[in-house]
Write a protein that binds this ligand. Structure first.
Ligand code: SAM
Ligand code: DTB
Ligand code: SF4
Length: 359
């Protein structure tokens, strides 16, 4: 196996071979972590985290058959279906997320693809959230180029659409939309000049080669996604994947490190699954180059660590919030904040809320 020359790691490339990616996975863990942390520091402010809060704006009754998903109408997971939310309620929720310290608000809907009428309402939600000074993200299923443009015009910053796994393993997980459908949506999103949030799920029973191939395909896209969510499968009773053998945590950490090496400028998000990860495993993921999290007690339909628990963890690790553009939040000197820390007004303190900066 050819191991990429360590000094060459950190270059932005789009021509990774599977053999090269597998060679990175095969490095001794400490070497892999060392290179990932080194490359991370070449491209990012260390010890900072981008924080996104999720809201399910339309829940359940989805016609797709994604084997991991509690929202598919095909599986009995006991989930209550909810119609598209009112714009005012979404705004309220975004305001609370901002007060808690999130900088990005991500609206998720259980659609195969959005209908024109619903997209108009969602565009209004985006305008309202944008007006609060938050970055906006949406994940609504497949989009046409026109739909992507409509969202962009409403003020959308990011669109989340995951490849989920390798093309080889994909048919075991989803039959109702193809891998190519996903790539087409990503192309439409880019063409509308939206930022791309695209990653996958680990721990679905895929092989090490599938994990390497997923990351290789992400890295070989014409442009790297700005945001790469690495989810650990949240096993929900009633879904076909409930009962899957859990992934070795070190294999998950390796995947985070390889994502960092392949996409040096991207924000790599430690995404779903944090609730069942130990503090130590999360710290290893941050060491491996993860610099973004979902923040807030709920993902879409399942739980996420409590905000207070996260604040304590980030405090213990000396991690602080990152502002929109990679700088830290600024606050008036001595101003107390929602995270219970006194800010020095300078981007020095720990994670803190940013009502002023966001307005
Ligand atoms: N319905 C839209 C779609 O699939 O494109 C948007 C919402 S969907 C819930 C967004 C992503 O959440 C999926 O692509 C998948 O990567 C992730 N996801 C869903 N259920 C999950 C689970 N049980 N564990 C981990 N990630 C999950
Ligand atoms: C992503 O990659 N993970 C998020 C977000 N994008 C939309 C969703 C995780 C969902 C976990 C299961 C649930 O809460 O329903
Ligand atoms: Fe529907 Fe999205 Fe869930 Fe698939 S992942 S079943 S498309 S909500």
């Amino acid at each position: 196996m050819t191991t990429p020359i360590p000094s060459a790691l950190g270059a932005v490339r789009h021509d990774w071979t599977l053999t090269e990616v597998q060679a990175l996975f095969a490095l001794p863990l400490m070497d892999l972590l060392f290179h990932a942390q080194r490359v991370h520091r070449e491209h990012h402010e260390p010890n900072t985290l981008q924080m996104s809060t999720l809201l399910s704006i339309k829940t359940g009754a989805c016609p797709e058959d994604c084997a991991y998903c509690p929202q598919s109408v095909r599986y009995d997971t006991g989930l209550e279906h909810e119609a598209l939310m009112e714009v005012a309620a979404v705004r309220e929720s975004a305001l609370r997320a901002r007060e808690a310290g999130a900088t990005r608000f991500c609206m998720g809907a259980a659609y195969r693809s959005p209908k024109a009428r619903d997209l108009r309402v969602i565009a209004q939600m985006i305008r309202e959230v944008h007006a609060l000074g938050l970055e906006t993200c949406a994940t609504l299923g497949m989009l046409s180029p026109e739909q992507a443009r409509e969202l962009k015009e409403a003020g959308l910053d990011y669109y989340n659409h995951n490849l989920d796994t390798s093309p080889q393993f994909y048919p075991e997980i989803i039959s109702t939309r193809t891998y190519q459908d996903r790539l087409d949506t990503l192309r439409a999103v880019r063409a509308a000049d939206l930022k791309v949030c695209c990653g996958g799920i680990l721990g679905m029973g895929e092989s090490p080669a599938d994990r390497a191939e997923l990351l290789r395909i992400l890295a070989n896209l014409p442009e790297h996604p700005e945001s790469v969510p690495i989810n650990q499968l949240v096993q929900v009773p009633g879904t076909p994947l409930a009962g899957t053998a859990p992934l070795d945590p070190f294999e998950f950490v390796r995947a985070v490190a390889v994502a960092r090496l392949l996409m040096p400028r991207a924000h790599v998000r430690l995404s779903a699954g944090r609730r069942t990860m130990s503090d130590e495993m999360q710290a290893l993921c941050f060491m491996a180059g993860a610099n973004s999290v979902f923040y807030g007690e709920k993902l879409l339909t399942t739980g996420n660590p409590d905000v207070e628990r996260d604040r304590q963890l980030f405090e213990r690790l000396g991690l602080r919030a990152e502002a929109f553009d990679g700088r830290q939040h600024r606050q008036a000197p001595g101003h107390g904040n929602a995270l219970g820390h006194e800010s020095g007004g300078c981007g020095c303190a720990r994670v803190h809320a940013h009502a002023e900066t966001a307005s």
